[in-house]
Design a protein around this ligand. Structure first.
Ligand code: FE
Length: 378
């Protein structure tokens, strides 16, 4: 059997024969959807609500499909994740589009209500939909068959209104006047979902949205929104300032050494996925920084890995072979992140953290010596 090389995939084929390519991407860490749209005939595309940590994923897809990215857009200045816009701008030269009202740095295309963002023969229309933040916008596809609502309207819900200039009255007006006036059949793609719902429609939300659908009045909606008592988003301290720079890191991102396809987290840490580490197992030292109890316990360990518990790392770093790269592991990737940082600071150049730790390693089906699996069904 012969397999065609990936480069032979035409945009038309990838789009399933239609004239528009559409991809919905997901970041499980923050429940964020990223959307890729491309005009098949011209190859021009747009990315909406990208996530900093998923930049390499999005870039790889764009490159494989041969899309010329016109702009990386955001529906608002997010409080829960940092946008990948600046990274994408650096990588592809695309424009950075965000509502002018957000007043963020590095935006090359400040957007206003009524603007059009064109890609090939297609365009998105910008509708101002404030209320979650005062810079929230909804992008409506030219034929009104789909709209990207950000956090203004979510599936059976909506964005919170209790911080970042949020205002429930404003959000009510935005949704009822700018989103519910689209055709009933218009598909609505939200900025987030945390329970696996991916898309809805104007008709559905008008009927079933728990906060403002059915017979709900503005007073009902505002009463609901003002009594939600939600915890503060845990990433807000990092995300908001990052987004006010359009995702440009405060410090220069160090250039990746060439030994592996490293991905950098927003914290600047080099990471590798389990698949790469498993494939290159014999070329790297796997450094396990858990306790010896965990190392010898029922979670198991990667065969042949070197144990140096994190508290002893500084004193015993000389025991790590200097002639090969180091992949640091722990249960979840958190202690190993700290260890990776320590080793980089100590001058080791070829170090990376195992993304998701041994927990993800095991979830993805890679073997662990001595692991005891409880209640394994066959
Ligand atoms: Fe938001």
């Amino acid at each position: 059997m012969t397999v065609a090389p990936a480069s032979s995939v035409s945009l038309a084929a990838a789009a399933g024969g239609g004239s528009l390519l559409f991809r919905q991407l997901f970041d499980a860490d923050t429940g964020t959807f990223t959307y890729l749209l491309a005009d098949v005939a011209s190859g021009e595309g747009l990315l909406i609500d990208s996530v900093f940590e998923r930049h390499q994923r999005d870039l790889s897809l764009i490159q494989e499909l041969g899309i010329r990215l016109v702009a990386c857009l955001d529906t608002h200045a997010h409080a829960d994740h940092v946008t990948g816009s600046w990274l994408m701008h650096e990588a592809t030269g695309c424009a950075i589009g965000l509502a002018a009202a957000a007043r963020a740095e590095n935006v090359t295309t400040p957007l206003q209500h009524g603007d059009r963002v064109t890609f090939g023969s297609r365009h998105l229309q910008v509708r101002s939909t404030p209320g979650h933040t005062d810079g929230c916008i909804t992008f409506v596809l030219d034929d009104q068959s789909m709209a990207f609502t950000g956090d203004a309207l979510l599936v059976r819900g909506c964005g919170r209104c209790d911080f970042q200039q949020g205002n429930a009255h404003t959000l009510w007006a935005s949704i009822t006047e700018q989103i519910f006036t689209l055709p009933d059949s218009c598909l609505l793609y939200p900025g987030h979902d945390y329970t696996g719902r991916t898309v809805t429609s104007v008709a559905e939300e008008k009927a079933f949205n728990a906060r403002l659908g059915g017979a709900a009045t503005e007073r009902d909606f505002v009463g609901h929104m003002q009594n939600m008592k939600l915890p503060h988003p845990h990433k807000i301290a990092e995300a908001l300032p990052g987004n006010m720079r359009s995702g440009k890191p405060r410090e220069a991102v160090p250039t990746a050494p060439g030994w592996a396809p490293l991905q950098r987290s927003y914290a600047g840490l080099p990471e590798l996925p389990p698949s790469w580490v498993a494939e290159h197992r014999d070329q790297v030292t796997i450094l396990d920084v858990r306790s010896s109890e965990e190392f010898d316990g029922p979670d198991g360990r990667v065969a042949g890995s070197l144990l140096i518990p994190l508290p002893e790392l500084e004193a015993r770093a000389a025991a790590i072979p200097a002639d090969r790269p180091v992949v640091v592991v722990c249960h979840s990737g958190s202690r190993s992140a700290l260890a990776t940082q320590q080793l980089l600071k100590a001058g080791r150049a070829r170090v990376a953290n195992l993304r998701g730790g041994l927990s993800r390693w095991s979830d993805e089906g890679y073997p662990l010596d001595g692991a005891v699996t409880a209640g394994t069904a066959s």
